[in-house]
Structure formats: C-alpha cells, structure tokens
Design a protein around this ligand. Structure first.
Ligand code: CS2
Length: 476
C-alpha cells in the first residue's frame, strides 16, 4: 500500500508572493508566518515557491497538494502543524519562462528570497556582483535567466514593458543590510543589460531589509520516519525547527504585504542594528562552534556546547569581543540576548550538524566574524577568540581533520581554498596564502601585521594541540 500523504480539503490560497529558494528555512519560517497572517486576516498572499536548482522540493510537495508539516522541537517534545500557504512549486531550470511569467504577473506583489549567501553571486568581501560567476555571465547574454538576480531583472523588465507596477523585493538571507546589498547587485546587473531599466528600478522598486532567525537543521530521513511514526503519514517535505522565531522587517512595501506584524513580526524603519546583533552574536558563534567543534570531533551544536569549555568560549566571545562592537537595537538587551542564545544552542532535540553550518564559510565569514574583528581592532581592542575561529576555518578548508581523515568541504571556493592550503607547507605560509584570497579578506585585514601574526600563532596551536585543547586553554 502506498504511504498516506497529506491532502487539501480546501482550495490552495491565491498567490501574491513568489519566493525563490523553497528550502527548509523558508518552510520553517516565511511560509509559517505567512500562513499565520492569512489565517488571521485573509488576503491573496499564497506563495509560489521557485527552486532555482533541483526539483526535490517540488517532487516532495506536489503529491501532497503543497502541504507539509512544520515540527517545533522544544526541549520537552514536539508540536506538529500542517502549513497551507504554498500555492504551487516551480523548478526554474525546467521552465524558466513560467517563472518569469508568474513573477511578472500583476497578482505578484512581493518577490522574496532565501537562496543562501552564495545565491547572490557576489563577492562577500566587497559586496560587488561577481561578473565572472557562470550564472551571471550566462544571464548577461541570455534572455532566460538562471540566477536570482537574473530572474528579478528579467521579470521587472517585463513589468516595466507592460506598464505593471513593480513587485517589492524582500531578501531573507543572513547578509548585512541585505536589502541594500541586493538592490546594489540588481542595479549593477540591470545597468550592464539595459541602463534605462536600471534607472526605472532605482526609482520604482523597494528592497526592504530583513533580519530572520529560526534555527532549522536540514531534514534527515530519520526526521521523516519519526514524523510518520507520530502522525501516521509520509511527509518528506517536513521541517524541524526550534520554538524561537524572530523576524524584523523594514516596513517598505508599496504594493502591500500580508499582516505579518499581527502574527509576531517586528516592522521597523531600520533593520541594521538587529541584523548586526544577529549576524555577529548568533551566526558568528555558530560558525565558531562549527569549525572548532567539527575539528574537536563534535557532530552537532548541542553536543559542542555541552562541552563547558566551548560554552564558555561563546560567553567570552559575546562579552569581550562581539557585544562591544554593537549598538543595541531598540527593545533588546544584548547580554540577555546572548545568554538566551546559549540556551537555544543547548536544545537537545535540535540536531544541527557542525558540518552543515561549516558549509560555504567563504561566503559567511566576512559578515559573521571578520567585520567584528575589523571594528574591534579599529577601536584598539584585540579579538583572540575570533582569531582562533578564523584559524579553525583555515584548518577546516585544508580538507583534513585532526585524525588525518578527509573533510568534505562544501564551499563555492573549495578548490581555491584547498589549493592555497596545499600549496604551502608551514602554518605561516598556509595562513598567508589563505589571507591573500581577496574575495574573503579585504585589504585592511589582510595587511594588518598583528592580525596575521596572531592568526599564525592560533593556526600553529591548532596543528600542535588540536581544537579541543586550544578552546580549553583559551577559556582557562
Ligand atoms: C547557521 C544559520 O547554517 C548556518 O550557517 O548559522 O542557518 C542559523 O541557524 C540561522 O541563521 C538561525 O536563524
């Protein structure tokens, strides 16, 4: 007998949003807030989710009428909810025309994105569009795009041509000033294609910034099995996440939006302080725990912080290196925010793998860790803990763990990073070769002699003593 699947009893919501990137985070976050808002206030705000890459999400969701289960994992058990805000799922490489058409339709008033850092095809150290990225190079010379930026510009061009008001572009990825960044990338791309279109986008299109937060590990076959056992149906599109969620949105939606503010989102005039707080306090320590935890032999974040030295490392980082670089956002107490993070990391029901967070470090390090180091150094402070984290990343991308076993390094720059590391044989030479990668380290940091010296010492320490011991010594 085929396994039981979810089925709709009422019609799917009429679409008003096109969302690029239908991954686990989107399903645990945007789609849930939007389902809450539709439930509360109605409105045609159903979501057409578009995968820019693989058909997996579509193949999982179509047989279950685009319904799926969001599983909230608290320290004391699970809570299940069927989410019904998806109208349809499309796969861009299969039919890019259909994607441009739905984005250009007058019913689409918002295009949102969770395409991860590398989906912006930019240079993380400078925030500029990477014109040599193969998708961007393709999109500049072809009508049917592959990249997120390419789709946004193609659809806006169509709307301008047909006299349709533009949609609002809302990025929900962990990038600093994400709305401004995406606007800059879109304008750079549009200028190269059609300067008149770029001028129209510049004056007509809103790109609100957002801060998003909910810890959502990738769904595993064991999660799907556990759900089937608990609820009696098969849902390969299910997502597991923590109870906590926070969404701070710059309220700039000229064509309207769901009433996200009525269901917990904070609408503000500037997101920047919230973004900095979250990227530096949460994602900064997440990446630190990912590299130093993985090297230390820990599989998940919860396991890593159950080692008291790693928990203390986080506390020292927040108190002495990160928080002093931040302006507290309105309504937030930074020490309390940081302490609550540690409780979230400790949630034993969330199996968030260090390997997963370690992914794409070249795209994450600048905004999570390097900016903090730069600001602290400019103010005359040292950042030995964050430097240990960067050294951990450098060890990690060398591709060999502390037992000599290979590490599967997933990163768009993996080959360059590995070549830089392998091409040098001392700690000093490896650190120098990696520091020379300008897509990650800007000139200011790379030419800072004290920073480099501290990094070499930390790297050598990791080679000689291992990550666990270095964390222990640091926190002693
Ligand atoms: C994590 C984030 O995978 C990662 O790099 O640091 O996905 C993190 O879990 C979220 O930003 C939490 O909101």
């Amino acid at each position: 007998m085929p396994a039981k699947r979810l089925t709709r009893t009422d019609a799917a919501p009429k679409p008003g949003i096109v969302h690029l990137g239908p991954g686990a985070f989107f399903r645990a976050f945007n789609a849930v807030y939007t389902a809450d808002a539709i439930e509360r206030d109605g409105g045609d705000w159903g979501i057409v989710a578009v995968s820019l890459q693989s058909p997996t999400a579509r193949d999982q969701l179509t047989p279950q009428d685009n319904l799926y289960t969001s599983v909230t994992l608290g320290p004391d058990g699970a809570d299940y909810r069927v989410v019904n805000s998806l109208s349809e799922v499309l796969v861009a490489p299969e039919n890019p025309t259909a994607v441009v058409e739905i984005m250009a339709a007058h019913t689409t008033r918002i295009v949102s994105l969770t395409v991860t850092e590398k989906g912006y095809c930019h240079e993380p150290a400078t925030g500029r569009l990477n014109l040599s990225h193969s998708d961007i190079a393709h999109d500049l010379t072809n009508d049917l795009p592959k990249s997120a930026v390419g789709f946004i510009v193609a659809a806006l061009a169509k709307r301008r041509q047909s006299g349709t008001a533009p949609f609002t572009v809302m990025t929900c990825d962990n990038l600093p000033s994400n709305g401004h960044l995406l606007r800059k990338l879109v304008l750079e791309f549009a200028t190269a294609k059609d300067p008149a279109l770029a001028a129209w986008i510049e004056t007509e299109v809103a790109f609100p910034s957002t801060m998003v937060d909910r810890i959502t590990p990738a769904t595993t076959p064991a999660d799907v099995e556990a759900l089937q056992k608990a609820k009696g149906y098969f849902d390969p599109a299910c997502v597991q996440h923590e109870p906590f969620r926070q969404w701070v949105i710059e309220d700039n939606f000229p064509s309207g939006r769901p009433s996200w503010d009525k269901v917990g989102a904070q609408m503000v005039t500037s997101v920047e302080a919230h973004e900095h707080m979250k990227l530096r306090c949460l994602n900064g320590t997440h990446s630190t725990l990912a590299y130093l935890g993985y090297l230390g032999g820990y599989e998940t974040i919860a396991e890593t912080v159950s080692d008291p030295n790693y928990a203390k490392l986080c506390q020292i980082l927040w108190q002495t290196e990160i928080i002093p670089t931040l302006d507290p956002p309105e309504g937030e107490n930074l020490p309390a925010y940081a302490e609550a993070l540690l409780e979230r990391y400790r949630n034993p029901s969330i199996r968030h793998r260090t390997w997963q967070i370690a992914m794409d470090g070249s795209q994450k390090l600048p905004q999570r860790i390097l900016g903090t180091i730069r600001d602290a150094r400019a103010a005359g402070r040292t950042t030995p803990g964050l430097i240990l984290a960067v050294a951990g990343w450098m060890r990690y991308v060398g591709g060999v763990d502390e037992n000599g076993a290979p590490i599967e390094v997933k990163d768009p720059l993996a080959t360059d990073l590995r070549a830089a590391s392998d091409g040098a044989d001392t700690a000093q030479a490896k650190v120098e070769a990696l520091l020379a990668i300008r897509k990650v380290f800007d000139e200011t940091l790379a030419s800072d002699a004290d920073f480099k010296a501290a990094l070499i010492t930390a790297y050598q320490g990791l080679v000689d003593h291992g990550a666990k011991e270095m964390v222990k010594r640091f926190t002693a």
